[in-house]
Design a protein around this ligand. Sequence first.
Ligand code: HEM
Length: 238
Amino acid sequence: MENGTSVSTTTLVGRKTAKEEISLLRRLLWLANYIYHQALTLLSVLLIWIYIENYDRTTLRFWHVLLSTAAYLPLMAIAIIAFAEDNILTLYFPRKKIYWVHGVLLFISCAFITAGISVETHAKRQRGASHFQSDHAILGLVSWVLIVVSIFIGLLAANTQLFSKYVKPVIAKFIHNFLGIAAFFIGIASLFDKIDVVRWYASEPVYQASYYSIWIISVWSILAALKSLYGQIRNIIF
Ligand code: HEM
C-alpha cells in the first residue's frame, strides 16, 4: 500500500520493488490471472486432443473444428488478455512488444477463423446443405465479420501518423477494442453451443471441467476488457 492506495502492477514491475509493497488485492489478481491461464491451457489442449483423436483428419469437418477452435482458444484469448495490467505472461514485456504479440496473434487467429469457416461452408455447399441457419453458424459468422472490421480499425489506430487526420486515435482504439471484445464473446458463444463434443468423446467430469473453464475464461476476459474500455472512455471524455 502507498498513501493508503494499492500500488499497481505496472508501478511494481517498473520499480522492482520490495515484497512488502505488494497488496493482498494485487496478489489475488495475479492468482486469478494464473487460474485463467490454467483454464485456457486445459481447455485448448483438451479440445484439440479430442479432435485429433476422434475426427477423421482427411475430412473438412476436422479442419473446421480444429482451426475455428484454435483461433479463439488459445490464440484470441491470449491476444485479448495480453494488455491486462495484471497479466502474468506479459508482466515484464515493454508496451511496444505487447502490441506486436497482440497484433501477430490476432492476425493468425483471423486467418484460422477465415479458413475454418470457409472449409465448413465449402463442405456444406458440396452436400447441398443451406448455410448459416443454426445458432452456432450465425454466431460464428457474426463473430468473423466483427473480427475483420476490428482488425482493420486496429490497423488505423496503430498507424496514428498516417490516419490521425481522418479518425482520432483514441476513438479508433476504443472501436477496435469494443468490436474485438464483442467478436471474442460471440465466437466463444458459438463454441459453447458445440461444447457437448466433450461429453461425446470424454467423461462427464471432463465435460464439467470444460464447461467451468469456458466460464472462467469468459468472465475473466470480460472483466479485463471492461477495465480497459473504461480507461479508454475516460481518455475520450477527459
Ligand atoms: C468458435 C469456433 C467456431 C466457429 C466460429 C464456427 C463457425 C461456424 C460457421 C460460421 C458455420 C456455418 C457454415 C455454413 O453454414 O456455411 C459452422 C458450421 C458448423 N460447425 Fe462450427 N464453428 C466453430 C467451432 C465448431 C466446433 C467446435 C464444432 C464441433 C465440435 C463445430 C461444428 C460445426 C458443425 C457441425 C457445423 C454444420 C452445421 C451448422 O451449420 O450448424 N464448429 N461453424
